[in-house]
Design a protein around this ligand. Sequence first.
Ligand code: PMP
Ligand code: GLU
Length: 399
Amino acid sequence: MKELSQLAGQVQASTTMAIDALAKQMKADGVDVIGFGAGEPDFNTPDHIKAAAAQAIADNLTRYTPASGTPALKQAVCDRMRADCGVEYQPSQVVVTSGAKHCVYIALRALVNPGDEVILPAPYWVSYLELIKMVGGVPVIVTAEESDGFKVTAGQIRQAITPRTKALILNNPSNPTGMVYGREELQGIAQACVDQEVYLISDEIYYSLLYDGVGFTSVATLGEQVKRHTILINGVSKAYAMTGWRIGYALAEEGVTKVMANYLSHSTGSPCSISQAAAVAALNGPQDGVEEMRRAFEQRRDYLVERMNRIEGVSCLKPEGAFYAMMNVERLLGSTICGERIQTSDDFCAAFLKHGLVATVPCSGFGAASFVRWSYATSMENIQKGLDRLEQFLAKTEK
Ligand code: PMP
Ligand code: GLU
C-alpha cells in the first residue's frame, strides 16, 4: 500500500471534541461524569429560530443554495455586524460556511501558500494550530504569559513577523483564556500587521459574551487600512446556542471572499439551506435571548472563579469574556493524587476524570502546558458539583 498524505498524517485529532465525546459516552454508559470539556452553550436554540427552520422545511427550502450562502443571510450578517460591532460590509464581502471552524480553514486556504508562516498567539484554540498545518502553513507561536493577562503585545507580533509571514490569527474574546483585547492593544497589533502587509484573521465569535461591562472592539473598526487586511470570522454557534446547525461566516475584501466562495463551491457545495433560514431568524429576530445567556454565563463565571481561587493548589485569572476559565495547575505538577503521578496537565485531567469523574481539557494542546481549561457553559448545579469534586480530589494530594 502506498503511504497516506504526509500533510494529513501530521494532523492531530481535536482534544476538545475527543474529551467531549468521551464524557458523553461515559454518561451514556451510566457513569455520573460532569463535563466541562465542550465549548458549547448548554442552552437550547431559541424557539423562534427553530420555528423558522420548520417553516423553511414546510416552504421547501430544501435545495442547494449559492455556494457561499443565500443573499438573505449575507444581508442579515451585514446588518447584525453593523448593529453590534459597528463594522461596514456589503453582502458581496460575506461568505457563509458550514460553521466558523470551516470558515477559518477556508480563509487560510485563500491566503496561505505551502511554507508561509502564520503567527498564532498562545494559549490558542486547539483547531487553529492544526488548521494552519492542514493548509501547509508553518505555525509561529507567540506566547502570552498568564502574568500578562494571556495577551500578546504589538511588540511581540512585530518581532515574530518575517518576510514569510502571511497572516496572524487573533481570537478576541479568546478561547481558551476568556481574555479580551482593548482598543489600544488591538490598534498596536493591527498596525504591526498593516506595516508588514500581514493579513489579520480575527475570530470574534464570542463578541456577544463579555462581562463586567467590558466593551467590544472589532478590528475592522480600526480604520480602512486595517479593515483591508482583515478577515473577520464569526458565526451563530455561540451567541444563539446553535452549535449543531453549522453556520459560520467571514467578512473580508471582495478579492478574498471571491476566492473563498470558489473554494466552497467545490468543497461543501453550499451550507445547509434549513440552517441558513434559521440563522436569518437568529440574526434578524429578537436578541433578548443572547443577553439572557450572557447574564447566566457571567453568574457562573463569578461563582467558578471565586471558588476556584479559594481551593488550595490551583488558581485562575478572571476571564472577561467567552465561557472558559484557565486553571493553573503548576503547583500540582510532580505530586501524586489518588495514587496517580501528575507530571503534566494531561496527567491531571486523566486522573481527575478517572477518580473525580469530572471532564476538563488539558491545555497542552492549546500551547499552555500547565493549565486546564474549564468550560462553564454548563448549569450552576454542575459547576457547584464539579468544584466539590475538585476539592475532594485535591484533598488526596501527596507531595
Ligand atoms: N472559533 C472559536 C474560537 C471557537 O471556540 C469555536 C468553537 N468550536 C469556533 C470558532 C467554531 O465554531 P463553529 O464551527 O461551531 O461555528
Ligand atoms: N470551540 C469549542 C471548544 O473549544 C467546541 C469544540 C471544538 O470545536 O473544538 O471546546
